[in-house]
Design a protein around this ligand. Structure first.
Ligand code: MG
Ligand code: MG
Ligand code: MG
Length: 305
């Protein structure tokens, strides 16, 4: 039975393209693996897959009894069902180390860089395996997405170097133009349900015993969300009522480089504690905040201690 290479819940472009790339590399190293994803691709990811002629991985929500490789996460809160009886053979990631444990040795490539795609580029190089042109293009887009076209504080020189090399392989002349094209696709919210928008890029965290959900929508102009803000606020209240202490939704303006955060919480004072700014009603503008991973999760973890 082939092992699965699988990314986090509510898959983003990185977790899907990383599954495709990592499965390609492992196959070329002689392993029996297939890429998988915990859900369908978002419009942004669809754009990337279509652009480079790749197909979406099979959707898998239960990994009981399977051999698995994790990409783009190592938190059980973002894992599929059946982790108790799955065997984690490897992890390729760029987040804080999560709570996944293993009974046997594993290959772990966890780097403090902006994207799993960057780690994978270096893995291909390490093993001396050539990156296929279409997969290089998809990895390149994942790095542009995760680093918000190099603007996120999570972006490192290693990410920029990887993009440069991948662009050559993929034949992409203007990476910033490609990034903007992708973020315009990502900014389109017309026709999507409030539920879909909240969960498009959403993660649950365990913060000192409290279940805390944090979602993020990245747009090229916040005014694009004016018509849906009230609906989003109502939707996160619903999500909170399903057994969570808090749900926060970051509405990130990638041009203004900051986020409006919608808030619903049993204890709204955690927001002031985490960011030092007083919310106005149930939202707050966080200047310069673009990264959930680097600027939001650590602050909340401290505030919940
Ligand atoms: Mg991700
Ligand atoms: Mg990522
Ligand atoms: Mg992201």
């Amino acid at each position: 039975m082939a092992a699965l290479v699988i990314g986090h819940m509510n898959p983003d472009t990185d977790s899907i393209t990383a599954a495709i790339a990592c499965a390609d590399l492992l196959k070329k190293l002689g392993k029996d693996v297939v890429p998988a994803a915990q859900g369908e691709p978002t419009p942004e990811t669809k754009f990337v897959l279509d652009k480079f002629g790749l197909t979406a991985p099979q959707v898998v929500n239960d990994v009981a009894g399977k051999d698995i490789y994790l990409v783009d996460f190592s938190d059980l809160a973002q894992a599929p069902k059946g982790m108790d009886s799955a065997c984690v053979k490897g992890i390729v990631d760029h987040h804080k180390l999560g709570d996944v444990t293993t009974a046997a040795p594993l290959d772990a490539w966890i780097w403090a860089v902006g994207c799993t795609g960057t780690v994978l580029k270096n893995m291909y190089d390490f093993y001396g395996v050539e990156i296929p042109k279409n997969i290089a293009g998809a990895m390149l887009c994942a790095i542009l997405s995760d680093t918000v076209i190099f603007k996120s504080p999570t972006c490192t020189d290693a990410d920029k170097k990887a993009v440069e090399a991948l662009a050559k392989i993929a034949g992409v002349a203007d990476v910033k133009a490609l990034g903007m094209e992708m973020f315009k696709v990502k900014s389109a919210v017309d026709g999507a349900s409030m539920h879909d928008l909240v969960f498009r890029d959403y993660k649950d965290f365990d913060m000192n015993g409290n279940k805390v959900g944090i979602g993020q929508l990245e747009v090229v102009d916040l005014s694009l969300l004016d018509n849906v803000k009230a609906g989003l606020q109502a939707e996160i209240a619903k999500v909170k009522s399903e057994g969570r202490h808090s749900v926060f939704l970051l509405l990130t303006d990638i041009m203004k480089e900051g986020s409006e955060m919608l808030i619903v919480s049993d204890d709204p004072s955690v927001v002031k504690k985490a960011f030092g700014v007083e919310p106005k009603g149930n939202s707050v503008w966080l200047d310069g905040v673009m990264s959930r991973k680097k600027q939001v999760v650590p602050n909340f973890e401290k505030a919940f201690k």
